[in-house]
Ligand binder design. Structure first.
Ligand code: SF4
Length: 95
């Protein structure tokens, strides 16, 4: 499968009293699990995800399906596990 280039930006985002507004949505800062993801964008003093406005909710239901640094794997017992190493090795090899 060909590697997809991830291009993300918060162009047009506006800081308001309610928070950072992007395309009419209030953006929440990224969470710890997002660290290493290519979609994280720094805007002024915080980091945000242009792909998903509420990263904490995305991760509360398991591994974020938009993440570029981690993926969910189902082990032999049927449990879903996060495997950030596999994604990291793949990135290091350039695939
Ligand atoms: S795509 Fe998912 S893992 Fe990546 S920054 Fe956004 S919410 Fe976080």
């Amino acid at each position: 499968m060909a590697k997809k280039n991830v291009t993300v930006s918060l162009e047009g985002a506006v800081k308001t009293d309610a928070g950072l507004t992007y395309k009419g949505v209030i953006m929440e800062p990224v969470v710890d699990q997002c660290e290493g993801c290519d979609r994280v964008v720094t805007f002024e003093d915080n980091t945000y995800c242009p792909t998903y406005a509420q990263p904490s909710i995305k991760w509360s239901k398991g591994v974020c399906n938009f993440a570029t640094h981690a993926r969910a794997e189902v082990d032999k017992t049927g449990k879903v596990k996060v495997n950030p190493l596999k994604a990291s090795k793949r990135a290091a090899r350039g695939r």
